[in-house]
Design a protein around this ligand. Structure first.
Ligand SMILES: O=C[C@H](O)[C@H](O)COP(=O)(O)O
Ligand SMILES: C=C(OP(=O)(O)O)C(=O)O
Length: 364
């Protein structure tokens, strides 16, 4: 007699279409970019490509909130970044994290695009609309935008606004995300896995450099076979892993060797947050310091850093009484300290390049 349970016919559907969404073409028509902003974004992407390929020696700095949850605070941060860029622009290229989707280890608030009112209603149509409007306003200031590409469908709603994108540690190994990266029109970083493994990021770079055909949704919202040309502008992001950080000189050299062996140019971004700071946002300056030290000692493969930073330091739980400018996901460095560590980094890089040292990050 079989010990297998008899399958029971399900009486309810596990999947329900809850609300209609505009197509990406419709949303783009409703919230268009000016020609000047489009040109500026093309310039920013070009500058970032030059940095990751080693022909611009500035350090790429992706900094900003762990997640966006309040448009006013985000705009305030963008203004601060714009002002700072005027001071450090010779040494650093500042790009703002405008993360509208969050990958969760299990469950939790999934980001502004999902639940912009923070009330659990998940008004995702409003989330997409407000996320695009916010990105458009930040881009109009001339501040370059970084975001994580998480749900492949949402990328089409904002792909014209982003100057640098990330594929996160939880999705770098996913074929779907590698396909998405292969057609994304901007430079892109693949995080190492949450276990610290770099191999998945190297495989992702190889996979996304190729063109792909895959199942997707076209600009009009219809099911379509999507064809991509491949993205040659990718690099790993070292974010540490379960064994600890991977931003020390030895780990960076090992990552460079692994990149070369896999046929890629050594170019690395170090995420000062996540496992590189043991999830303690106040240790991010130490990680940045390690990167600057390595650059000054001649490590030219370190082309970028990432910092989780908000107007105010720390984090808060999602509640009805939120403090202005404090993260509701991972803890962040406050703006005052972010500004101070970036000014210091820029000054040290500038001094080293004035002294004629090739170790200032100027490739020989
Ligand atoms: O940067 C963000 C978080 O580390 C990531 O979204 C995972 O968050 P969780 O572990 O709190 O779900
Ligand atoms: C979720 C993030 O990072 P990771 O994928 O490295 O956990 C992030 O940078 O917001």
């Amino acid at each position: 007699m079989s010990t297998l349970a008899t399958p029971v016919e399900s009486t309810c559907s596990a999947r329900t279409a809850r609300a209609a969404l505009p197509s990406s073409a419709e949303l783009k028509r409703e919230l268009p970019l000016t020609t000047a902003t489009t040109r500026e974004i093309a310039r920013q992407r070009h500058a970032i490509r030059r940095i990751i390929h080693g022909s611009d020696t500035r350090l790429l700095v992706v900094t900003g909130p762990c997640s966006i949850h309040d448009e006013h605070a985000a705009m305030e941060y963008a203004h601060h970044l714009k002002d700072l860029n005027d001071q450090v622009g010779e040494q650093l290229l500042l790009v703002m994290r405008v993360y509208i989707e969050k990958p969760r280890t299990t469950v939790g608030w999934k980001g502004f695009a999902y639940d912009p009112d923070l009330d659990g209603r998940d008004d995702m149509a409003a989330g997409l609309w407000r996320a695009r409007r916010l990105m458009r306003d930040i881009a109009a200031l001339g501040v370059p935008i970084a975001t994580e590409l998480l749900q492949p469908m949402t990328a089409a709603y904002i792909d014209d606004l982003v100057s640098w994108a990330a594929i996160g540690a939880r999705t770098t190994e996913s074929q779907v995300h590698r396909e998405l990266a292969s057609g994304f029109p901007a430079p892109l970083g693949f995080k190492n896995g949450t276990d610290g493994g770099l191999g998945v990021a190297l495989d992702a770079m190889t996979a996304s450099a190729h063109g792909h055909r895959f199942f997707g949704v076209d600009e009009q919202g219809g099911p379509a076979v999507i064809e991509t040309a491949g993205n040659p502008d990718t690099h790993p992001v070292l974010r540490g892993g379960r064994q600890g950080p991977n931003c020390d000189a030895q780990s960076v050299e090992a990552a460079c060797r692994a990149l070369e062996l896999a046929g890629h140019r050594p170019s690395l971004m170090v995420d000062c947050s996540h496992a590189n700071c043991g999830k303690d946002p106040f240790r991010q300056p130490e990680v940045l310091e390690q990167v600057i030290e390595q650059r000054l000692a001649g490590q030219q493969a370190l082309t970028g850093v990432m910092i989780e930073s908000h107007l105010e330091a720390g984090r808060q739980a999602l509640s009805d009484e939120l403090q202005h400018g404090v993260s509701i996901t991972d803890g962040c460095l406050g703006w005052a300290q972010t500004r101070s560590v970036l000014l210091d980094a820029a000054e040290r890089l500038a001094k080293a390049s004035l002294s004629g040292s090739t170790t200032a990050g100027v490739p020989a």
